[in-house]
Design a protein around this ligand. Structure first.
Ligand code: ADP
Length: 773
């Protein structure tokens, strides 16, 4: 310990403090109660207001002896004395100096002590070390305060400016809620350095304790919070249940009366009774109860006895169908026939129609019109991408989150048990390990079985025999045979430009005007404009894109009208570009010339017929055959067969018989919007090849389709209706078809038959005769 300098000795009244330590340079107040202390205070007030205060070692002692008082205390100046009720006095003192008791001069009536003032040691506050020590003290104290917000923040800030280490240490010690013994310990230390360091140690320890403390706090709090939350939620749930009155007894009664009103079939009633008996035994919160509730709701929601009466008035039905749709004669006629027969024998099972055709030809929308024309409700089930039997027939209730299948769901939506149910995209259904949805459909469509359709979820039979089923598909290829056998196929091949024009003019335009909130007065679309849209902005078998383009035009018009409400927007062939941008399609073949090595082929895809131009180039080389562009495997085979044919017939064709060694042959099929493959490009490739090798041009108004054999025979193909339609659209005048397809000519569209020369060909000679100029 450093040498302390005793400056002065003083004789002063002494106050024994209980439970507190007063440090120099601090202001502090306390209450004085004891007689002895009050006397000491009184004496001090008349004597320079100085008093020596020191702590009792044991605060419980009422009448301390000198030995019970700590040796080191503080000389204080009394700043304020306030008399309080019940004989206590509140004193405000300012600590001045440390002092040690040298002797106790008097004990009665109050203590008088002789004390030695402890002078400040010669610790140098200007060194770097001392600055560091002070900063450390302040930092740690701030740290401590973060945990303990009992300390006044202004005070903490003021500490940063204190340059006197001793004073700083005293201030901090005084303001920290330290243990009394620790405080006294700090007071006892005379060396500034040692005092500051001891304080620092204490501070760090306190921080650690505080850290542990908050952790414990947090954990405890979290636990309590969680428990409380759960408790509250449970209580709320209880109240909700009470409010809703769904204690199980009440609930069961309610279901019973609801079910009674439905007049259910006997077996369903029995099933429901069983379920209700189970429900009544369950507690409100049992998760199984919810499964039963869902089940009963479904039973209640199904149209067991709801049905609509068919309007069998044929003239009326015809009116509705014609109002909404142009053409589609075959479909409309079939429906009239059905209605007529139904009028005679009411018990007839409905036909199951399957409308097959490219997208946008109105399959879905005519189905909706049929429902309307008969006064039935309408329910659509989209089958595209369905690969799970449960999608059709539901999941058993043992599955979590199980639901009825689409048939039952559709019935619920329809609200009647005899709706028109549309199976959309029946050709896009797949099957995998989860069971075959087609098998489930088969049962639904079978009039022998569908009186007792059983959904896995419902577990009771539902009679589907009154439902009128209609299916749609783009192609028949992917529909399973047994399913196909159940249905009556009606093909809708796609529309000619004229038909599209009629549809647009009479249906789409007015429909879209209405959709956009416009009137014919506000926007007029001229015939040439409609024709322009059809020819230059769409290329499709149906009218979906056409309808979209019309909507585009109307949107743009609406914009103009909003800007200037009085405007009349006139759309003509001339200003069409303003609305739709640059033309997308130009008249493909019509403007072309006869060329060598370029032949127009015809293809069929799921979105309708299409033309494709096949190009062949012959160059000096070593006999390589190169195939580029969009060729599928089948088309590649066709190309090879074509080459083979040309080789075997080279003499007759006037072609150098060594061509396959001397030249490189390049066959190219330009990419189209939809990929095409199939053998029907065979004769087209062969023609292009012969043309290129013999340098004879091909008539550009001729198109063709047909499979080729290596001997040059022409084999039949499918999709003739769509293909010839596409040819007609492209301005073709002559179409070469396989001889065996001659029987299909009758079924071709009238415009096609009227405008196109159809030439059946048995072999390549027949083809080349027509094609080469
Ligand atoms: P699909 O089901 O064959 O793909 P949609 O039924 O969706 O075709 O028809 C597309 C749009 O074209 C619908 O707005 C429909 O009303 C219209 N549409 C198609 N064909 C006709 C038609 N013959 N007469 C009137 N509108 C038609």
């Amino acid at each position: 310990m450093e040498q302390t300098v005793m400056k002065e000795t003083a004789t002063l009244p002494m106050l024994a403090l209980r439970g507190m330590v007063v440090f120099p340079n601090t202001l502090i107040h306390f209450d004085v109660v004891r007689e002895k202390s009050l006397l000491a205070l009184e004496n001090a007030m008349v004597n320079k207001q100085l008093i020596f205060v020191s702590m009792q070692t044991d605060p419980t002692i009422e009448n301390p002896k000198p030995a019970d008082i700590e040796n080191v205390g503080t000389i204080c100046k009394i700043s304020q004395v306030v008399k309080m009720p019940n004989n206590t006095v509140r004193v405000l003192v300012e600590g001045l100096k440390r002092a040690k008791i040298y002797d106790v001069a008097r004990v009665k009536p109050y203590f008088v002590a002789v004390v030695d003032e402890v002078e400040k040691d010669d610790y140098d506050d200007t060194t770097i070390e001392s600055e560091a020590l002070r900063r450390k003290l302040v930092d740690e104290f701030m740290n401590y305060c973060d945990y303990n917000n009992r300390v006044n923040s202004d005070f903490v800030v003021s500490l940063e400016n204190v340059e006197d280490t001793a004073r700083l240490a005293d201030s901090i010690a005084s303001n920290m809620p330290l243990k009394l013994l620790d405080k006294q310990k700090i007071l006892n230390i005379e060396s500034t350095k040692e005092r500051a360091e001891t304080l620092l140690e204490l501070l760090i320890r306190e921080i650690q304790i505080a850290e542990v403390d908050t952790n414990i706090d947090r954990k405890v709090k979290k636990n309590i919070d969680k428990n409380q939350r759960e408790y509250f939620l449970r209580e709320q749930l209880k109240v909700i249940h009470e409010e809703l009155g769904d204690d199980s007894e009440f609930e069961v009664e309610e279901y019973k009366s609801k079910l009674k009103k439905l007049d259910l079939p006997q077996n369903v009633v029995e099933k429901c009774e069983k379920e209700l008996a189970r429900l009544s035994k369950m507690s409100v919160n049992n998760p199984d109860a919810n499964v039963i509730r869902t089940y009963l709701e479904w039973i209640c929601d199904l149209p067991w006895n709801n049905f609509t009466k068919d309007t069998l008035e044929i003239s009326n039905a015809k009116e509705v169908l014609d109002r909404d749709h142009y053409g589609l004669k075959e479909v409309k006629e079939r429906i009239m026939e059905y209605l007529a027969v139904k009028k005679i024998t009411s018990s007839m099972a409905g036909p199951i129609l399957c409308l097959v055709g490219p997208p946008g030809v109105g399959k879905t929308s005519i189905a909706k019109s049929i429902a309307e024309s008969m006064g039935r409700s309408y329910a659509r089930i989209s089958l595209g991408g369905i690969r799970d039997e449960a999608d059709i027939r539901g999941h058993r209730r043992t599955y979590i989150g199980s639901m009825p299948g689409r048939i039952i769901t559709a019935l619920k939506q329809a609200g009647t048990n005899n709706p028109l149910m549309l199976f959309d995209e029946i050709d896009k259904m797949a099957s995998d390990y989860r069971g075959d949805p087609a098998a489930a459909l088969l049962e639904v469509l079978d009039s022998e079985q569908n009186t007792k359709f059983r959904d896995h979820f419902m577990e009771v039979d539902f009679d589907l025999s009154n439902v009128l089923f209609i299916a749609t598909a783009n192609t028949l290829d992917t529909i399973p045979r047994p399913l196909l056998d159940r249905m009556e196929i009606i093909e809708i091949p796609g529309y000619t430009s004229e038909e599209k024009f009629q549809i647009a003019k009479n249906h789409l335009l007015s429909k879209q005007l209405k959709n956009h909130g416009l009137t014919k007065k506000q926007v007029s679309v001229s015939d040439t404009a409609i024709k322009g849209i059809i020819a230059h902005y769409t290329k499709e078998a149906g009218v979906r894109a056409l309808e979209r383009k019309i909507a585009n035009v109307l949107r743009k018009s609406a914009l103009k009208i909003v800007d200037a409400p009085e405007t009349q927007v006139k759309i003509t062939g001339k200003n069409l570009e303003e609305f739709l941008g640059k033309e997308i399609f130009s008249d493909e073949f019509a403007s072309k010339k006869d060329e060598v090595g370029v032949v127009c082929g015809l293809a069929w895809t799921q979105v309708g017929g299409d033309t494709l131009s096949i190009e062949v180039n012959v160059m000096d080389g070593t006999g390589n055959l190169e195939l580029t562009g969009q060729l599928g495997d089948v088309m590649k085979e066709s190309a090879k067969a074509a080459v083979s044919y040309v080789r075997s017939e080279s003499d007759k064709l006037g072609i150098d018989s060594e061509f396959y060694k001397k030249y490189d042959i390049h066959i190219h099929v330009p990419e189209g919007a939809t990929p095409k493959d199939g053998p029907s490009a065979g004769i087209t490739i062969a023609t292009a090849l012969v043309s290129a090798l013999s340098q004879r041009a091909v008539n550009h108004k001729v198109a063709m389709t047909g499979e080729i054999t290596i001997r040059g025979r022409v084999l039949p193909i499918g999709g003739l209706r769509e293909k010839t339609l596409a040819a007609y659209q492209a301005g073709i005048k002559t179409v070469v078809i396989p001889f065996e397809n001659k029987k299909d000519i009758d079924e071709l569209e009238n415009v096609v038959k009227e405008n196109i020369d159809i030439i059946p060909a048995r072999n390549m000679n027949d083809v080349l005769k027509v094609a080469l100029v």
